[in-house]
Design a protein around this ligand. Structure first.
Ligand SMILES: [Zn+2]
Length: 415
């Protein structure tokens, strides 16, 4: 196969000598599957243009992916130009499926997502805050997974199970170190959920904000942007930091806990045990309290607050103005730390963006270093509240996309 140089360019960490042909083939299969997964169906000519692989190499590689039932090929209708039309390759969506789970404070969601990022079935249930204990959460997830699975193509493979949790997740063992807003400490969540779900597929757990950032960078408003600060805020505030196209994870995966950056030494106590963390100023509770509502009011109370803001009610506008100031202060500091080219606001913060964007921009201009903030845009999330769920699906697809055939050998089709 003549695509060795392309492979090296696309996988820059690959050593330049001693690349075995099997490794090259596997890497090239991964390149094509990723292309189809992220950008949708493509003709062989388009794949040649996008990957730099030769036409004959593309033909052979697509053939292998078709044999593995990952890709289907259809002859395109002739467009009237001379010569045979190039067949169109597309991901086999319904038979290559990941399960995505989102453990939020106020809700649980489970989705079946097909190759290509197509949501086949999804379910989100609101749950009372007293039902956030670990055992109850696992019971609820298992029941939801069963319901979602019942609607799938009986011949489908479950490639992996990705789980986002609103807490600090140790990526080395899928445990939750602390989830202040769920009241969880040192929970072997991945292992316990794996046990409860049985051998369907491997469970991978990550922080919900990291997953939301992954989804936005892959399929959302930040697609193609290499330096992104993602700020996810609901009850708590988390961050996903992407630098030069790679997530900043830290030693054990705990990086990005921007909600617990101390900003106000005279502020409110935080559920992490500290005082005046950023999330105590910009999270849902603070916003609701400032508007005269119960900080525990949840999503309905936020809806009412934004309706008041639309109607010009002063208490709602004042609460949003204070929120905007603290948002701007925090974002300015983070811009100085990481020099992003885009700041994405997700969750509640994405919803309030239209009400606060001018003030946030003004605050950033007042406080961030001119050179660091030059050209930075602050935008709302494109994927909305489902961004962590979409990111969880991407997490579960990672191994398949890195080594398609090697991963399939480990995936069972029997459920
Ligand atoms: Zn805190």
């Amino acid at each position: 196969m003549s695509a060795v140089s392309t492979t090296r360019a696309a996988f820059s960490s690959t050593p330049s000598t001693g690349v075995r042909s099997e490794t090259v083939r596997s890497a090239n299969l991964a390149i094509i599957l990723r292309e189809l997964h992220f950008h949708g169906p493509a003709s062989r000519s388009e794949l040649v243009a996008r990957t730099g692989l030769t036409r004959s190499a593309i033909g052979a590689l697509v053939g292998e992916l078709v044999k593995a039932d990952l890709v289907s090929e259809q002859r395109a209708a002739s467009d009237g130009s001379p010569g045979r039309p190039s067949p169109v390759a597309a991901p086999v969506v319904e038979r290559n499926v990941t399960l995505a789970v989102d453990v939020a404070v106020d809700s649980l969601a489970v989705a079946a997502v097909g190759l290509g990022g197509v949501v086949l079935h999804a379910e989100r249930v609101d749950r009372p805050r007293e039902r956030v204990a670990v055992d109850a959460t696992i019971d609820d997830i298992v029941a939801m997974v069963r319901r979602v699975e019942a609607a799938l193509d009986p011949g489908c493979r479950i490639i992996g199970i990705g789980v986002g949790v609103v807490g600090l997740v140790n990526r080395t063992d899928n445990s939750v170190s602390i989830a202040p807003n769920l009241g969880w400490h040192d929970v072997a969540f991945g292992a316990r959920l794996q046990h409860a779900l049985g051998s369907r597929a491997d469970v991978l757990v990550s922080n919900d904000a990291d997953l939301a950032a992954l989804a936005e960078v892959r399929r959302g408003v930040a697609a193609g942007i290499r330096d992104v600060l993602y700020v996810w805020g609901e009850v708590g505030v988390g961050g996903g930091l992407v630098s030069r196209g790679e997530p900043i994870t830290g030693a054990a995966g705990f990086a990005g806990e921007i909600g617990h950056v101390p900003v106000n030494p005279d502020g409110r106590p935080c559920r992490c045990g500290s005082v005046g963390c950023w999330e105590t100023e910009v999270g849902e509770g603070a916003l609701l309290e400032r508007s005269g509502r119960s900080p525990e009011g949840g999503r309905d109370a936020v809806d009412a607050l934004l309706a008041d803001a639309d109607a010009g009610v002063p208490s709602a506008l004042d609460a949003l103005a204070v929120q905007a100031r603290w948002l701007g202060i925090g974002i300015a500091g983070l811009i100085n730390v990481m020099n992003p080219s885009m700041v994405v606001l997700g969750g509640l913060l994405g919803r309030v963006h239209p009400y606060v964007s001018d003030q946030v921009t003004a605050e950033i201009e007042r406080r961030a270093l001119e050179s660091s903030r030059r050209g930075v845009v602050v935008v709302p999330s494109a994927l909305g509240g489902d961004a962590p769920l979409m990111g969880a699906a991407e997490l579960a697809f990672e191994r398949l996309l890195a080594d398609p055939l090697g991963t399939l050998r480990k995936v069972s089709t029997s459920r």
